[in-house]
Design a protein around this ligand. Structure first.
Ligand code: ADP
Ligand code: ADP
Length: 226
């Protein structure tokens, strides 16, 4: 069984906007899927349906072997990283990373261990006492990643996580996220409109246009690389 399956998934918004049409994809453990395509092609909507932030109009989504159509976002065994980081401004880095686990009533010593492990992986161990406003853009993005990985979800969802960073930092964080993927050995779904990002990060690239999958293949085959 695939780690994540989308079967005949459709999304029709009010006003009869067909944002996603008959989306079919079987995603295995450890794949790094990049959804790529022009603005408005349905990438975010697809990601948000996987996250449960958007109802699906038709079709089924499975995470592991569980049909999640009617499962709340917090119970889906996923974590999502946004482009605007969505950190809690009044909380320290530590508390930002710990918050999701606290909500789930994870014991404190276990939370502590997970937060410190994640902080080490992301090289933010020295920033745990700071508030988000005292961090650089790259550091904030690391905290957002840290907050996701402490939950050890089955699937990581990322919606243009690097689009607010400058070009140099973007290249750095790309490498960082690829490293994280290798280290965690879990499924990543990454949305971008940036071809270079798709090519350098994806193990499989899904090209969308007008709500439809146009192509889905390895970067090598898609871009005819040697
Ligand atoms: P992308 O992420 O590729 O830029 P989106 O998934 O955001 O594309 O949008 C796909 C289509 O759905 C677009 O035509 C967009 O205008 C439309 N859309 C997105 N969100 C809504 C909404 N809440 N209500 C109505 N239409 C929407
Ligand atoms: P609560 O407010 O829920 O009681 P605390 O913020 O006091 O939780 O933290 C509980 C535990 O988390 C502390 O005992 C400590 O081990 C750890 N902790 C909290 N903040 C930090 C930090 N900035 N750096 C390292 N460990 C921290």
């Amino acid at each position: 069984m695939a780690n994540l399956s989308l079967r005949n998934v459709h999304k029709i918004y009010a006003g009869n906007v067909m944002a996603v049409k008959d989306f079919n994809l079987e995603i295995e453990d450890r794949e790094f899927i990049v959804l790529v395509g022009p603005s408005g092609c349905g990438k975010s909507t697809t990601l948000r349906m996987i996250a449960g932030l958007e109802d699906i109009s038709q079709g089924e989504i499975y995470i592991g072997d569980r049909l999640v159509n009617d499962v709340a976002p917090k119970d889906r065994d996923i974590a999502m990283v946004f482009q605007n980081y969505a950190l809690y401004p009044h909380m320290t880095v530590y508390d930002n990373m710990a918050f999701g686990l606290k909500l789930r009533k994870v014991p404190k010593d276990e939370i502590d261990k997970k937060v410190k492990e994640a902080a080490e992986i992301l090289d933010i161990g020295h920033l745990l006492d700071r508030k988000p406003r005292a961090l650089s853009g790259g550091q904030r993005q690391r905290v957002a990643l840290g907050r996701a990985i402490v939950r050890e979800p089955k699937v990581f969802l990322m919606d243009e996580p690097l689009s607010n960073l400058d070009a140099k930092l973007r290249v750095q964080m790309r490498a960082e996220i690829s490293k994280l993927h290798h280290r965690l050995n879990t499924t990543f779904i990454y949305v971008t409109h940036d071809q270079t990002e798709a090519m350098t990060m994806g193990t499989r690239i899904v090209v969308m246009k007008d709500g439809i999958i146009q192509q889905a293949d390895t970067p090598k085959k898609l871009y005819d690389m040697p």
